[in-house]
Design a protein around this ligand. Structure first.
Ligand code: PGA
Length: 245
C-alpha cells in the first residue's frame, strides 16, 4: 500500500506575510492520513522549515541546479535546499520546461543532483493539449519520464507527477478514466526501468486539483497523491484537499 503524498507548489507566489497560511495549515490538518509537502519559493524555505518543526508536513524546493556548487549566478543547488531544511524538490515542471527550455536530459541531471543531496525528487511530466488531441499522450509522457531518469537512480528516492500542461491553472482536468490510464502507462514505464520496485513508487496527479474534485481524483486507481498549485496557497483549500486523501 503506497502512502499518499499531497504536495503544494506555491510557484512564484509568497511573501513573508504569507507564512501565516502555513501556521494556519498547521492548526487545520490534525494528523493527516497522507504525507504532506509544501514547496514555497526558495526565499521562504528556511522560515517555513522552522514553522514545520514538529508539524506533520515537510518543506521542499521547486527546482535545483545539477551541480552541487559553482559559478551559476542565480541558481540554487540541491545541497543548498537540503542545507535550508528542504527534504524534497520538484523537477521538470512544465513551467520550467517552457520558461527555461529545460529538456528531460537536463531534468535527469537535476534528479541525480537531488538524490546526491538526499532529497526526494518529484519528476513532472505532461502532455500539451495538441499532443492529447493527436492521441499521443502516453507516448509523450512515457518518453519524458524515461529521459528524465538518470541511469542507476534508486527508485525509493523518486516520485512522479503527471501534470497535463493544459490542465495546469485552467480549471480543466482530464476525466477520471483518462487520468487512471496515464498513471497505468507511467507505472509500466517505471516497471520497465525498476522492475517490481515500481509498485512502491508514488505517481501524483497535478493540474487544477481543488477541494471540489480532490476526493474523486485521489480515489482513482494508481493515483498516489496530488501536486497542487493554486489551491495550495490558502490553508483552508489545501487542508480540504489533504482531508480528501
Ligand atoms: P494548479 O497547478 O493546481 O494551479 O493547476 C498545478 C501545478 O502546476 O503543479
Amino acid at each position: 500500500m503506497r502512502r499518499k503524498l499531497i504536495a503544494g507548489n506555491w510557484k512564484m507566489n509568497g511573501l513573508s506575510r504569507d507564512l501565516v497560511e502555513v501556521e494556519r495549515l498547521r492548526g487545520a490538518i490534525g494528523q493527516p492520513e497522507a504525507d504532506i509537502l509544501i514547496c514555497p519559493p526558495a526565499t521562504l524555505i528556511a522560515r517555513m522549515v522552522r514553522i514545520a518543526e514538529g508539524a506533520p508536513f515537510a518543506i521542499g524546493g521547486q527546482d535545483c541546479h545539477w551541480a552541487p556548487a559553482g559559478a551559476h549566478t542565480g541558481d540554487i543547488s540541491a545541497r543548498m535546499l537540503a542545507d535550508a531544511g528542504a527534504t524534497a524538490v520538484i523537477l521538470g515542471h512544465s513551467e520550467r520546461r517552457a520558461d527555461h527550455g529545460e529538456t528531460s536530459e537536463l531534468v535527469a541531471r537535476k534528479v541525480a543532483a537531488a538524490r546526491q543531496a538526499g532529497l526526494l525528487a518529484i519528476v513532472c511530466v505532461g502532455e500539451t493539449e495538441a499532443e492529447r488531441d493527436a492521441g499521443r499522450t502516453l507516448e509523450v509522457v512515457g518518453a519524458q519520464l524515461r529521459a528524465s531518469l538518470p541511469p542507476g537512480v534508486d527508485p525509493r528516492g523518486l516520485a512522479v507527477a503527471y501534470e497535463p500542461v493544459w490542465a495546469i491553472g485552467s480549471g480543466r482536468t482530464p476525466t477520471g478514466a483518462e487520468i487512471a490510464a496515464v498513471h497505468e502507462g507511467l507505472r509500466a514505464t517505471l516497471a520497465a526501468s525498476f522492475g517490481p520496485a515500481a509498485e512502491g513508487m508514488r505517481i501524483l496527479y497535478g493540474g487544477s486539483v481543488k477541494p471540489g474534485n480532490a476526493a474523486e481524483i485521489l480515489a482513482l486507481p494508481g493515483v498516489d497523491g496530488a501536486l497542487v498549485g493554486g489551491a495550495s496557497l490558502r490553508a483552508e483549500d489545501f487542508a480540504a484537499i489533504i482531508a480528501a486523501a
